[in-house]
Design a protein around this ligand. Structure first.
Ligand code: ZN
Length: 341
């Protein structure tokens, strides 16, 4: 890669075409330091429309093979064991993210017997459990590149997986609800034109698109956001809405959701950049284990909090972040439909 200044001089915002004038920010690649494609990245922030993006653009073929082979593999921090035989249960329905997303979507459209629900990037398949529970005999579809995931969804939820949206749309199939939960931020900018064109084709005239992405305004959340890898796009309410309008969608709903940001976090005594440097110099295997351990303790903390909620009713842990909206929250949720006007 040439130096960042060269990129900066020529760079224009993908969203609003204005010139990027501010210096690039470092890409927070904690946990993926052995994956060379992420090492070259810097983040550029547009002060006009608040959109931010990783640059230089990665090779779409490399990204494709990364999601097909590495992202969910045992060597990844995002590993999912799809060989588990037991269907995962929903422990906390009221604060389940898919439940919040699909009930919100349902209030903007109908969902009749046998209608199609399509999840682009379903992860553990939580949305399929919810869709099966709240929709009448839904036809479940996934866009998924991982073979193990495909088999898992098919076996446990009777889902049909497709390698692309074009495959889904064959035979004039239309989805009443399309969900992209924490997947849009993984796309390359050069893939967005074709992505939204294909969503336009795949979405039923009366159907809705649900998008949830991290809420990252680099001006405000620069020091409090989590690791970036493998995110390539960073949205604010303003830039996410602009993106949908750019691709001829009508935005019916948009707001922040999820847990609240702790904006004072970066004032703590240890500088995040120093922590990152120490972390990235540790052996790769230890990096993976460390993140798994952090996730484990977060999970344990969640269970410890439950009895505490009964004692302290005023505690913030009694809120339902997945159903709460507004303010400095960590995610953005949007509902849109095709704009025919
Ligand atoms: Zn811009």
């Amino acid at each position: 890669m040439t130096n960042a200044k060269t990129h900066n001089q020529a760079l224009h915002c993908f969203m609003c075409s204005n010139k990027i004038s501010s210096a690039p920010l470092s890409y927070n690649d904690i946990g993926w330091t052995t994956n060379e494609q992420f090492l070259s990245l810097k983040i550029y922030f547009c002060s006009f429309c608040t959109f931010a993006f990783a640059f230089p653009e990665l090779n779409p073929e490399d990204i494709h093979s990364y999601y097909a082979e590495q992202y969910r593999s045992p060597k990844s921090t995002f590993y999912i064991n799809f060989n588990k035989k037991v269907i995962p249960e929903i422990n906390d329905l009221y604060n389940n993210r898919s439940f919040a997303q699909l009930t919100l979507a349902r209030s903007f459209c109908t969902f009749d017997h046998g209608d199609s629900f399509l999840d682009i990037g379903p992860g553990k398949g939580g949305s399929f459990i919810i869709a099966n529970a709240i929709f009448p005999a839904p036809a479940l579809h996934a866009i998924e590149l991982s073979k193990e995931a495909d088999e898992y969804y098919k076996k446990n939820f009777n889902t049909t997986s497709h390698l692309s949206l074009t495959n889904f749309s064959k035979g004039e199939r239309k989805a009443k609800i399309i969900l992209m939960s924490h997947s849009l931020e993984h796309f390359c900018m050069s893939d967005l034109d074709i992505l939204f064109k294909n969503i336009q084709t795949a979405l039923h005239d009366e159907g809705v698109l649900v998008i949830e992405v991290p809420n990252v305004n680099m001006q405000v959340h620069q020091y409090v956001r989590g690791p970036d890898t493998p995110h390539l796009l960073f949205f604010t309410p303003k830039s996410l809405k602009a993106l949908l309008i750019k691709y001829k969608f009508k935005v019916l709903f948009i707001d922040t959701c999820g847990p609240l940001y702790n904006l004072k976090k970066h004032e703590s005594s240890v500088h995040p950049a120093l922590l990152k440097k120490i972390f990235n110099n540790m052996p790769h295997r230890i990096q993976i284990y460390s993140r798994t351990i952090v996730r484990f303790f977060r999970l344990v903390w969640k269970y410890i909090q439950k009895p505490l909620e009964l004692i302290s009713r005023n505690s913030t842990s009694t809120t339902l972040p997945n159903h709460s909206y507004g303010g400095e929250r960590k995610a953005l949720r949007l509902i849109a439909k095709v704009d025919h006007e």
